[in-house]
Design a protein around this ligand. Structure first.
Ligand code: ZN
Length: 110
């Protein structure tokens, strides 16, 4: 879906949008139980964008809660370890942005 090769910055990836432009997967690992989950950066970016949340990685770590720790122990564990990978995402439950949503954001960032 992302045909354009012009990436928003040549610098190290700073946020979900940069990661999405490079088609990365965001892998999150709970610091408490080591449970891992991963999302397409584009889907996670869109999830944040729709809520008006900034998409810097630090914010992602602040927002994301380990589902396992909630389910098993009723504990809200935040600040998972975050890595960018090129693997297939484990979690495909989040909607991907449309081509139009993506183009709007590209234009906005220029
Ligand atoms: Zn956990």
């Amino acid at each position: 879906m992302f045909h354009h090769m012009e990436s928003p910055s040549a610098n190290p990836l700073r946020d979900l949008f940069d990661a999405a432009a490079r088609r990365r997967t965001v892998r999150l690992t709970c610091r408490r139980c080591r449970h891992e989950n991963s999302f397409a950066a584009a889907a996670l970016w869109w999830h944040f964008r729709q809520r008006g949340w900034v998409s810097e990685f630090a914010e992602v770590q602040r927002r994301m809660v380990c589902r396992w720790c909630i389910k098993r122990h009723g504990m809200k564990i935040r600040n998972p370890r975050l890595r960018l990978t090129e693997e297939t995402p484990l979690d495909n439950s989040l909607a991907m942005p449309t081509e139009l949503d993506w183009k709007h954001e590209l234009r906005r960032r220029r």
